[in-house]
Structure formats: C-alpha cells, structure tokens
Design a protein around this ligand. Structure first.
Ligand code: AMP
Length: 577
C-alpha cells in the first residue's frame, strides 16, 4: 500500500482514475480519501483483474467493489439484463449494499435491485423484467430466480462474493457453486472475506482467475517511544452513539479531545449536536479554507473549545499540545489509521486516552485492530445514570472547593445572613450547592443506554450467524439427549427457557440432510432475524426444533413454510411441548 509519511493512504479519489461523475458524488458525500482497501482494490478491479480481498465490515469494502462496478457501466443506453451480480449472506447486508450502490451510482441513475428471501418474489420478477444494472442477492433467492428463468446472468461481467466466509458458514456453498456455474466464464470475479480459511481459498482456487490478493489486516508497528495510552472501546447501537459519547465525555472530562468522524457531513452534524448539548465543539474538515481552520485551531488552543471534531484528512499534521483524549466516533477503517489517530495523545511521556465507539457490527474490525497492534482494547460499559450523577456531583464539589478558597466571599455575606434568618445554615449551604450544580452541569439523562451484547468469540462478527462450536465437532461427538444435535451451549441468542423465546417445530431433520446451519441460513436469509437472534437448535432424525424470539415466531414459521430446506418443502409450526 502507498502511504504518506503520516501512515495514511495517500492522495484522494482523483488519483484512482474513476469516472468524473463518481469522484464528484464522493466529494458530495464528504469522502475525502480512499480507505486502504479502496486505494488497493479499485485500480486492480478497474484493470479487470480478479481479486481476493481480506477485509471486514467497516473497512470501506463496499465502495471498494461498488465504485469499479459502477465505473464499468456501459455509457448511454443500458440493456435489461444485469452486468454485475453481488452475492451477500443476509437480507440486511443485501439491502445495505444495494443502497450503497444506489448512493454511489446516483449520477448514472443506476438500477440496482436487492433480491432476498422474505420479500414477495413477484415484485422482484417485475423489476428484473423492467431492467436492472446490478443485482444484489442472497444465494438462496438468486438460485430460486435462476431456476425460474427470471434472472439472466448472460451479460454479467463481474460477480462479487461479499462476506464469503459468512455465506459458507450459513451453508450456501452448494448454492454458490451453482450460481457461479451459471455466470459467463469470461467474467471478473471478486471475493471479499473477513477470514481466509481453507474453504475460502478452495473456492478462490476454483472460481478466481489469477487473483490479486489484498489483505488489510496487516501488522502495524508503532515507532519510537511506546506511547502511554489507555485504550477503551464502547459497543453501542447507532441510535445511541451520540448519547453514549456525551456520557463518556462527562465521565472522562477531557482537557481537550479530538473526535474523529469519517465524513464531512458527520463532522458538521456531530459538531452541531454536541454544541446543542452544551459542549464547546469545533468542526474541522477538508471543505474549510485556511483562515477558517486557523480560527478553529485558535479556539482550541486558547481553551475556548474543548472538542475538535475532524476527519482524518483535516487532522493530518495537526499538533495540539494539551490534547488529553482521542475519540473514534466510528471504528477507523484500518489498523494504520487507528494507530495514526491515537498517536495524537500520550506524547512526551504524558498519559493519553483513546476511546473508540463501535457499533455491534464493527466488533470484528476492532478485533482486527487489536491483533494488528498486539494490544488489547478494553471493552468498557457505558456510564450509567447513577455513575454520571455521582461524577457530576464530584465535579460540583471540586468546583465549590476551589471557590471556598477565594478571599472575596464576604461580598456575598449579606445574602447569606438574610437567608439564615429564615433557614438553618446547612439548608442554605445545600441550596447553594444545588444551584451551582444545576447551573454548571447539564441535566443527567434519566434512562440508561442499552448495551448490546458484546461478541466474546474472537473471530465471530456480531449480527451474523455461523456454526457454533458444537457444530464444528464431528457429528458423533455432538448429540443432545434423544439423539438430537444441540447447539445451545456457548452461543449467543435467546437462552433456552428464557423469557420471550418460542420453540418452532420444523418437519425435516437429519434424515433429510438438515443441519443447524441450514436452519440458521434459511431463517437469516428469509426473515429479518440475524443469527444472534436465534437460540438453540436441536436436529433429530425426523424433525428439528429452533428457538426464536417470540415476537418473531410467526415470521419464521411463514418463511420456513415458503422456502425449501436442502431441496425439500418443510412444514413449520409452533412447538406445543
Ligand atoms: P463498509 O466497510 O463498506 O461497511 O463501510 C463502512 C462505512 O464507511 C460506511 O458507512 C461508508 O459510508 C463509509 N465509508 C466508506 N468509504 C469511505 C471513505 N473513503 N471515506 C469516508 N467514509 C467512507
């Protein structure tokens, strides 16, 4: 990878030879520079090479394959059959990738269609008839369309397998083989996977032609003096990120903090929100001219602002002496940029703090960073309302302590004396503290922020399903009472017998070749559930029992009744026992 001396990817999108409409769109979206995977993958994909990329969610891999796909769209009138096919493991990712393609390709009015199970097939068929440029599909549904003759791959020039390891773990290997067999032999094939087990290498060997290999999870070394940096991560859903950041800042009370965002828009929005919540925040991004930047830096250096919200590019070369904290409002897209960001604190032997706010789906990227750094990033709990209140009282106490040392307090004696005519001294003191506290501290937010489950398995991403440990053992070692294949132990999802869980009976089992991962695959593919939502699965010879959150039982039953498991129609119903 080409890197500038400060270890960040060099140049901007203009250097990547993408069509002008695409670079303009990226500028409008506030993307300032390609992420490492984009800088590496895009030129090869544009040159038509096959590619095998190891990259997790959060690295910017979607744009890494989406931009070249869009770049290759024929100019002028486009035909009805798709020129690109993207295969993804889950419905959620299907919609995500499709909307990313739509966003990046808006200058071309790209026709992209997500096809996944659980959505009426008729609607998908009529969209396909009307004409589509890029199809994004889960394997099961793609195969369904191929068999019906409603999806034609004759003009497909590029096939992308996204999160290929997940697709294999969900039992889609045979489906993938069949789909790839239907695509023209003279195509470009691109495979992205967060891990590279042997099975992925085998697929790559069979279906990719002399691929370029790209690995983003490479090792990073920190040069010079080992910085003294306390590193912590908080796992929180997107909806609660700003509230969580507020609490963390309140507890940490930074002297000055640099908060990193990915795009200019995020910088602007977060700066505004933080100011609205009573923090003194300034934004800094590549869209600002030098005098604006100087003003912002001046306010930070003089202590008039305590938070600087910035993109990586804008923060390059920036040196703030008294910075105590670096906050990654998103997990940085590569270990290199993490190292570069947190290197802003802990200089000259001073202690610094690096905080990362990660969405549940970004936990794998966090693990990649840990591995590359060979350091553990402690996952911390978001401060509760009680902790926050205690901290705020502590700050008020400290502030009052300072004031008690002042020698001009006599000016207030007249107020004190008149109040003590009516109230006792302690009560007057407490009222003064209450007033000081209310005036200096924002109101504590009442509700605690929900804390999503933290992925404990080092290599498993949150929100996607894979085989659990029990499944990886040879079959005879598994086995629950009654000869069933259990997979309750050690896996996330609703616990057996726990509140809000329902058991769904499925009329096919081991005799029909059904394995737990086939059920997980079918359910995740056909419903809005992710693998983590699914509880224990017991597969016996003739049937299987799956535990699902009770609110979702009906959706699961409808979906299973509609789909095929290992080629067989099955009956699903609520388990009565
Ligand atoms: P992905 O790894 O594809 O899921 O992307 C993670 C996030 O990074 C998405 O929200 C993208 O919108 C964002 N993103 C991708 N590329 C860039 C870039 N070059 N600059 C800023 N943000 C980006």
């Amino acid at each position: 990878m080409t890197t500038s001396p400060d270890n960040s990817p060099e140049g901007d999108f203009a250097g990547l030879a993408l069509r002008g409409e695409l670079t303009a769109t990226l500028r409008e979206l506030g993307y300032e520079a390609p992420t490492p995977i984009q800088a590496e993958a895009i030129p090869h994909m544009l040159a038509g090479r096959d590619l095998l990329g190891q990259a997790a969610t959060g690295t910017g891999k979607t744009a890494a394959f989406a931009l070249p796909l869009l770049n290759r769209l024929p100019e002028g009138q486009r035909g009805r059959t798709p020129t690109a096919l993207v295969l993804v493991p889950t419905r959620e990712l299907c919609m995500q990738v499709s909307s990313a393609l739509h966003r990046y390709g808006r200058a071309f009015d790209v026709r992209t269609l997500p096809i996944y199970g659980g959505q009426p097939i008729g609607r998908q068929i009529s969209e396909l008839k009307r004409g589509v440029d890029v199809v994004v599909a889960t394997p099961g549904r793609a195969l369904d369309h191929l068999r019906r003759g409603t999806l034609n791959l004759d003009d497909v020039a590029t096939v992308v397998l996204d999160e290929a390891d997940e697709m294999l773990d969900m039992g889609f290997a045979e489906d993938l083989e069949e789909i790839l067999g239907e695509a023209p032999a003279q195509r470009q094939t691109v495979l992205f996977s967060a891990t590279m087990p042997k099975r992925i290498q085998a697929i790559a060997g069979a279906h990719l032609n002399d691929p370029v290999r790209i690995e983003i999870a490479r090792e990073v070394t920190t040069e010079g003096e080992e910085p003294r940096i306390r590193q912590a991560a908080y796992i929180v859903s997107r909806a609660h990120k700003v509230a969580a950041l507020g609490r963390i800042l309140d507890i940490e009370s930074p002297t000055a903090a640099l908060v990193f965002c990915r795009t200019r828009d995020e910088v602007d929005q977060l700066t505004e929100t933080l100011n609205g919540r009573g923090y003194r925040a300034e934004g800094l991004h590549g869209g600002m001219d030098q005098p604006q930047r100087d003003r912002v830096m001046g306010r930070l250096r003089s202590g008039n602002a305590e938070l600087l919200v910035a993109t990586d590019v804008a923060a390059r070369g920036l040196d703030v002496e008294h910075l105590s904290h670096v906050v990654n409002f998103d997990v940085p897209s590569a270990p290199e940029s993490y190292v570069h960001r947190i290197g802003r604190v802990g200089r000259g032997g001073r202690e610094g703090v690096a905080i990362t706010i990660a969405e549940p789906r970004e936990q794998r990227l966090l693990k990649t960073i840990e591995r590359a750094l060979k350091q553990k990033i402690q996952v911390a709990k978001i401060p509760t309302s009680t902790e926050l209140r205690a901290k705020r009282l502590e700050l008020t106490r400290a502030a009052l302590y300072e004031v008690c040392l002042d020698d001009d307090l006599d000016a207030y004696r007249v107020v004190f004396d008149s109040l003590t005519d009516d109230f006792d001294v302690v009560q007057v003191g407490l009222a003064a503290i209450k007033l000081a506290h209310k005036n200096s501290m924002p109101e504590a937010e009442g509700e605690d922020i929900p804390q999503p489950e933290v992925s404990s398995r080092r290599d498993r991403p949150q929100g996607r399903t894979t085989k659990d440990r029990a499944d990886r053992k040879p079959r005879r070692e598994r086995g629950a009472p009654g000869g069933a294949d259990g997979r309750a132990a050690g896996r996330p999802g609703p616990r057996r017998g726990s509140k809000g869980v329902e058991r769904v009976f499925v009329s096919a089992g081991r005799d029909a070749g059904v394995r737990p991962q086939d059920l997980v695959g079918a359910i995740a593919n056909e419903t809005g559930l992710s693998g983590r939502d699914i509880g224990s699965i017991q597969v016996s010879d003739r049937f299987a029992i799956v535990e699902v959150p009770s609110g979702a039982a009906r959706e699961v039953i409808t979906a299973l009744n509609r789909t095929r498991l290992k080629g067989n129609r099955v009956k699903a119903r609520r388990d009565k026992f």
